[in-house]
Design a protein around this ligand. Structure first.
Ligand code: TYD
Length: 207
C-alpha cells in the first residue's frame, strides 16, 4: 500500500518516557502492513549530526546554553533538509524520535531560554517543515528517573528539577496545539502505551 503523500510523525517526551521502545514497535507494525517508513532520530541522524551528537551528549567541559541550542538546531537543519524532506517526497511515513518540540521543552522550558526566539530559530532550521502528528509520552519524573540506567548522558544527569520543568513545558505545548500533539500516559506498561499509540496512528493514516 502507498499513500498519496508522506506523513511526518514525531515522538516526544522527557528522558525515560519510553518513546524509543514505542517508535520501534510502530515502525515494525507499519512495515508489516507493507508501508514504507523511515525511522530516524535527533540528534545524530546525519553524518554531521553524529559529530554534533557526540559533543551534545558527551562533551565534558562547560557548554553555554546558546551553544547547546545552536548545535541542536544545526543538527535539525541538516536532518530536515537532507533526510526528512526527501523521504516525505518519496511518500514515506517518517517516524522521528525528537524534533522541534524537544528544543522548546529542553532549551526553552528546561534551560529557561526565550521560547519565541526558539520558535523562530526552529522555523529557520526546518524551513517551516512541521510534523503532521506528534505523540507526547508523558511520564512522572520519579518514574522516569527510575527507568534511566546508571550511565546517564549530559542531559540525563540534569536531575529531577530539570526533568520536571521539561515535562511541564511539553504539557504546555500540548495544551497550545492539541490538534497536532496527542498526549499518551506513559506511566503504564509497554503494551498499554502501545495500544494508545497504535490507535492514534491508525486514525491519522485511516488504517
Ligand atoms: P538521546 O540519548 O537520544 O535521548 P532520548 O533517547 O531520551 O531521546 O539524547 C537526546 C538528548 O538531547 C535528550 O536528553 C534530550 C536532548 N535534546 C535537547 O535538549 N534538545 C533538542 O532539541 C533535542 C533534539 C534533544
Amino acid at each position: 500500500m502507498e499513500f498519496k503523500k508522506g506523513y511526518f510523525i514525531t515522538f516526544e517526551g522527557a528522558d525515560g518516557c519510553g518513546k524509543t521502545t514505542q517508535i520501534e514497535l510502530l515502525d515494525k507494525f507499519l512495515k508489516e502492513k507493507g508501508l514504507k517508513t523511515l525511522l530516524t532520530l535527533e540528534p545524530g541522524a546525519t553524518d554531521l549530526g553524529k559529530n554534533l551528537r557526540q559533543i551534545l551528549l558527551h562533551y565534558e567541559k562547560p557548554v553555554s546554553d546558546e551553544a547547546e541550542m545552536f548545535m541542536y538546531l544545526a543538527d535539525r537543519a541538516q536532518h530536515a533538509q537532507m533526510i526528512i524532506k526527501p523521504a516525505l517526497e518519496d511518500k514515506k511515513i517518517v517516524l522521528c524520535d525528537r524534533y522541534t518540540d524537544s528544543t522548546v521543552a529542553y532549551q526553552g522550558y528546561g534551560r529557561e531560554g526565550d521560547i519565541e526566539q526558539i520558535n523562530i530559530l526552529n522555523k529557520i532550521a526546518t524551513k517551516g517543515l512541521k510534523s503532521d502528528l506528534t505523540i507526547l509520552f508523558d511520564v512522572e519524573s520519579e518514574i522516569a528517573q527510575s527507568r534511566l540506567g546508571k550511565t546517564k548522558d549530559r542531559l540525563e544527569s540534569q536531575g529531577m528539577e530539570f526533568h520536571k520543568k521539561v515535562r511541564k513545558g511539553y504539557l504546555e505545548l500540548a495544551k497550545q496545539d492539541p490538534k497536532r500533539i496527542k498526549v499518551v500516559d506513559a506511566n503504564r506498561t509497554i503494551d498499554e502505551v502501545w495500544q494508545d499509540v497504535k490507535k492514534i496512528v491508525e486514525e491519522l493514516l485511516g488504517l
